[in-house]
Design a protein around this ligand. Sequence first.
Ligand code: NDP
Ligand code: GDR
Length: 370
Amino acid sequence: MKTALITGITGQDGSYLAELLLEKGYMVHGIKRRASSFNTARIDHLYIDQHEKHVNFKLHYGDLTDSTNIIRIIQEVQPDEIYNLGAMSHVKVSFDSPEYVANVDGMGTLRILEAVRILGLIEKTRIYQASTSELYGGLEENKNAAGFYDENSPFYPRSPYGVAKIYGFWITKNYREAYGMYACNGILFNHESPRRGETFVTRKITMATAAIALGKQDCLYLGNMNALRDWGHAKDYVEAMWRILQQEKPEDFVIATGVTTSVRDFVRYAFKEVGIELAFEGEGEEEVAKIVSCSKQEFQLEVGKVVVQVDPRYYRPTEVDLLIGDPTKSKTQLGWKPQYDLGGLVSEMVTSDVEIVKKNFNAQWEHIVG
Ligand code: NDP
Ligand code: GDR
């Protein structure tokens, strides 16, 4: 039985990866942060009473800012594979707490690598580092000849998050080259799911779509609707993470769909899922979306009603305008085949949020800031 340790197990990706590894017969350990209230909603279904004999899923309290605790957990677990997914992962928030982000997202990676080295586990433990398309920064001139970002495209991060992650990328690569560690970067483009945090744009949109359709919310406020992102499904992307650690030689891989879509079109597709056609009018801060028609009787919505507006508070000091990744290497070398397209992703997210809003609408959701 292989043993895996996942940092960030309580997050979107951590929860899907834990499911995948358990299905594959792994013993799965995860690091969770101590919080004053429960923070394990995404993995509660995986919990097994720790008093039972055959427990193959175990959580440890810990934090990526605490080396002693990282070393102790790795020593205790003796993992075959470590997936370092823990991070302060919100790009906009990283402008508000840049030092913390450098510590967790940058130094946290070093702490994992050093722990493996200090404990003499270089031969045993393979490490996956959650790198990101934010490293590219969306610079037009850095795309490859075909118009994509690939494993050889230069980096130009545009946020404290991107800058912290670039340290994580390079220190992972350096430990691979310096000490012969099996340590790899997955350069993942945006990936979403019904478990996506509520302050990321896709989930903010699908929750608001559900709440507006059900008459529980008036309007969705967004920032830059011109931004273009290459959106995939988190379930497909955790499969790629696992494949990256099963190769003969450690290498870095881009994981992406190769298709890019604007935030505005994501809004359009989400509302379409509940039978609502939108028309966008105006530009910049004046842009709004109005209801043109509503084909579903259950949603009593007034034609002409403004349901989306721009709030400049969601603009970023420096923005990544466009991301589109080239998954050729991961498809050919890893044999990675995503199961979802954007339509399937949007449909799953909206359907899930309609159910959530019907059951248990929380008035706070109307004021999601992020
Ligand atoms: P989430 O924000 O959903 O999850 C982040 C996880 O990190 C949570 O479990 C969180 O714990 C944990 N965490 C935060 N701070 C610390 C800390 N100081 N010590 C230990 N753990 C901490 O992110 P995703 O699941 O979406 O992403 C997983 C990783 O992949 C992240 O590193 C992210 O930066 C990266 N990434 C994500 C992409 C995406 O599109 N989703 C694309 C490319 C890279 P808690 O639940 O307590 O907050
Ligand atoms: P991103 O994801 O910054 O790409 O980082 P996010 O969903 O936050 O933003 C995507 C784009 O949408 C624009 N946008 C808004 N974003 C948010 N959050 N809220 C809004 O109201 C809003 N309006 C427009 C943003 O400006 C941006 O252009 C995600 C994270 O998961 C990172 O951890 C990961 O590394 C990258 O994806 C790849």
